[in-house]
Ligand binder design. Structure first.
Ligand SMILES: [Zn+2]
Length: 250
């Protein structure tokens, strides 16, 4: 029976029967995989504390070639991300990031860039105490992650007329996935008005590694725009209701 061994993060952990758990992993080598951790809820289980959401581990599982559900053999922690689980503000944002990956990533479809990005996001989130900065990190993560699954927003010229983006304001059309110029924005019902600075900041974030995003500063106006743009963009293209988004309002 094939063995699956990979660095992985836990996206989700769900109870199965009295003592087992189904773990959704996002693995570096195989993409998203699900595995049963037998007896995981028993007090003396070898999986205790290892199959919690956001744990970064080395996992070994086995199962048939195309099985939907594997059996988890071991999960050795590399980084526990306890700082994220034990702080409600960080936890909420980590949930949104994990849910986006879970909802948009097909099983057994590798996404190395997405994997590295998720890890970078959780590492940065662990250290960030400012809630507003945590929000910006989350939105920029989502934006960058969407690019890794083929949805890179088009920010260079107008998606309606192809014209240049000039002036203090522009529009963003989540359905077409890009920016709309100041002339077209009034006749495009799907576009919402945003500051040009927000579009530029998003454009710069897409060109930078996640670790360097700290250099980008957003005042409340820009941050509000980025929130609106990214939430709309993700909602339209991932086409699922992000349940965890509701946590952010708590
Ligand atoms: Zn235009």
């Amino acid at each position: 029976m094939p063995l699956y061994e990979s660095a992985a993060v836990v996206l989700r952990s769900m109870k199965l029967g009295d003592t087992d758990r189904i773990i959704t992993f996002f693995t570096l080598r195989y993409g998203k995989l699900k595995a049963v951790a037998k007896g995981a809820t028993k007090p003396k289980s070898r999986f205790a504390g290892r199959v919690e959401p956001f744990v970064y581990c080395n996992m070994i599982a086995f199962g048939k070639e195309k099985a939907d559900l594997l059996r988890l053999n071991s999960c050795d922690i590399i980084e526990p991300f306890g700082m994220v689980r034990n702080d409600f503000e960080k936890l909420k944002r980590a949930f949104v990031s994990a849910e986006l990956v879970d909802n948009s990533q097909k099983e057994r479809d590798t996404n190395t860039d997405g994997f590295e990005l998720l890890l970078a996001m959780w590492r940065r989130l662990s250290r960030e105490t400012d809630a507003r900065k945590q929000d910006l990190l989350l939105r920029l993560f989502e934006l960058k992650y969407m690019s890794t699954i083929g949805f890179r927003p088009f920010l260079k010229s107008c998606v309606d007329c192809g014209g240049d983006i000039i002036g203090p304001k522009a529009g963003f059309n989540a359905i077409k996935g890009g920016v709309v110029c100041h002339k077209c924005v009034t006749s495009d019902p799907a576009a919402s008005m945003v500051f040009i600075g927000s579009v530029k900041l998003m454009g710069r974030s897409l060109e930078m590694p996640f670790e360097k995003l700290d250099r980008l500063k957003a005042d409340p106006g820009l941050q509000g725009d980025i929130d609106k743009i990214v939430v709309g963009f993700v909602k339209y293209h991932v086409r699922r209701n992000m349940r965890s988004e509701r946590f952010l309002a708590l």
